[in-house]
Write a protein that binds this ligand. Structure first.
Ligand code: TPP
Ligand code: SF4
Length: 290
C-alpha cells in the first residue's frame, strides 16, 4: 500500500541529476511532504539543474528561479505577497545548496530569520559547490578533498543547524536524504509552525564525494550511524531533541567509504573520532536538559 506521501509525488521524472544523487532524493522527499499547496524558490545549484531551464520544469508546484544570494529574501517576499492577498495556506519553501546557504546567501537567511519570516528553508548540503566543479564551501568538512582543497580542507565545517538555532527561530533541524521518514516528518512539523523553519539536509553526492553511485543510501546512513552527522531538532533555540539514536559505528566506516577522505592517516581518523564523540556528548547533554 502507498504511504500518504507516495500519493503526491511533486517531481516529474527526466531530471538531469547524476546517477545516485542524494540531493535529488532529498528534494523528492521534501516536495512530497510539502504537498501541492506550495511554492518553491530555487537557486543556481545542482537543484537548478534538476529543476531544468525556464520555461521547462521538473517540479509540479510553481517555482521562482532566484539569484544565488537571495533564496531567503525571495521566499520571504513571496510569503508576504501571499499574506497580503489573504493566503495563509500556501507553504513557501526555499531550496538551496550549502554554498548558497552557508556562504553567499547567509546574510539574506539571517535577516529573514531575524524577522521571523514565514518560510521553510531547506539547505541541501552536499558539502561543496558541486554544480560548478566541487569547490570547497564553508560547509565542506575539515580534511575533505575538493578541487580547491587538493590536500584536504584546513578549516572546520560551519554548523548551520546551531547557527540557525541561535537565531531562536521556531524550528531548526538536521536531516539526511537517506532517512526518508525522519526528513518527511521534519517537513510536516515545519508546516505546522509559523515563522522561519530551517532544515539542513545532508545529501550524499557520489560525484563530489567520490564513491560509487549505488552506495548513496549506505553512505548517508553511515554518516548518521557513526554520529558524524546526528539527526536532531531545536525548537525556539533551546529545546533539543535527538530524532534518531545512532548505532555508534566507528567514524572511519563512513570516512573511508569515500574517495575524498582516502588520504586520511590513522592519526587523522583518531582525531576526527575524538571530535565526533565530544560533539555527540554535548548534543546529548543539551537534549537531556529538558
Ligand atoms: C552571484 C553568483 N555567483 C556565482 C554563481 C555561479 N554558481 C552557480 S551554481 C554555483 C554553485 C552552487 O553551489 P551550492 O550552493 O553548494 O549548490 P550545489 O551545486 O552544490 O547543489 C555557483 C558558484 C552564480 N550563479 N551567481
Ligand atoms: S554533482 Fe552531486 S549533488 Fe550534483 S547532481 Fe551530481 S550527484 Fe547530485
Amino acid at each position: 500500500m502507498l504511504s500518504e506521501y507516495e500519493y503526491r509525488d511533486n517531481l516529474y521524472p527526466g531530471h538531469m541529476a547524476c546517477a545516485g544523487c542524494g540531493e535529488v532524493l532529498g528534494l523528492k522527499l521534501v516536495l512530497q511532504a510539502v504537498g501541492e499547496k506550495a511554492m518553491a524558490v530555487v537557486l543556481p545549484s545542482c537543484l537548478g539543474i534538476i529543476l531544468g531551464p525556464f520555461p521547462y520544469t521538473t517540479f509540479k508546484i510553481p517555482v521562482f528561479h532566484a539569484a544565488f544570494e537571495t533564496a531567503a529574501s525571495s521566499a520571504a517576499g513571496i510569503s508576504n505577497a501571499l499574506l497580503a492577498q489573504g493566503d495563509e495556506e500556501t507553504q513557501v519553501v526555499a531550496l538551496a545548496g550549502d554554498g548558497g546557504t552557508a556562504d553567499i546567501g547567509f546574510q539574506a537567511l539571517s535577516g529573514a530569520a531575524d524577522r521571523d519570516e514565514n518560510i521553510i528553508y531547506c539547505c541541501f548540503d552536499n558539502e561543496a559547490y558541486m554544480n560548478t566543479g566541487i569547490q570547497s564551501s564553508s560547509s565542506t568538512p575539515q580534511l575533505a578533498w575538493t578541487t580547491t582543497t587538493p590536500l584536504g580542507k584546513s578549516l572546520k565545517k560551519k554548523n548551520m543547524v546551531e547557527i540557525m538555532g541561535a537565531h531562536k527561530i521556531p524550528y531548526a533541524a538536521s536531516a539526511c536524504s537517506c532517512f526518508p521518514d525522519d526528513l518527511r516528518r521534519k517537513i510536516s512539523e515545519a508546516k505546522k509552525l509559523k515563522g522561519t523553519k530551517y532544515i539542513h539536509i545532508l545529501s550524499p553526492c557520489p560525484t563530489g564525494w567520490r564513491f560509487p553511485a549505488r552506495l548513496t543510501p549506505n553512505v548517508g546512513r553511515l554518516a548518521v550511524e557513526t554520529k558524524y552527522y546526528p539527526l536532531y531538532e531545536i525548537r525556539n533555540g533551546q529545546e533539543y531533541t535527538i530524532t534518531h539514536h545512532p548505532k555508534n559505528l566507528p567514524v572511519e566506516n563512513y570516512l573511508l567509504a569515500q574517495g575524498r577522505f582516502k588520504h586520511l592517516t590513522k592519526k587523522d581518523l583518531e582525531g576526527i573520532q575524538k571530535e565526533v564523540d565530544a560533539r555527540w556528548g554535548e548534543l546529548t547533554r543539551r537534549a537531556n536538559k529538558k
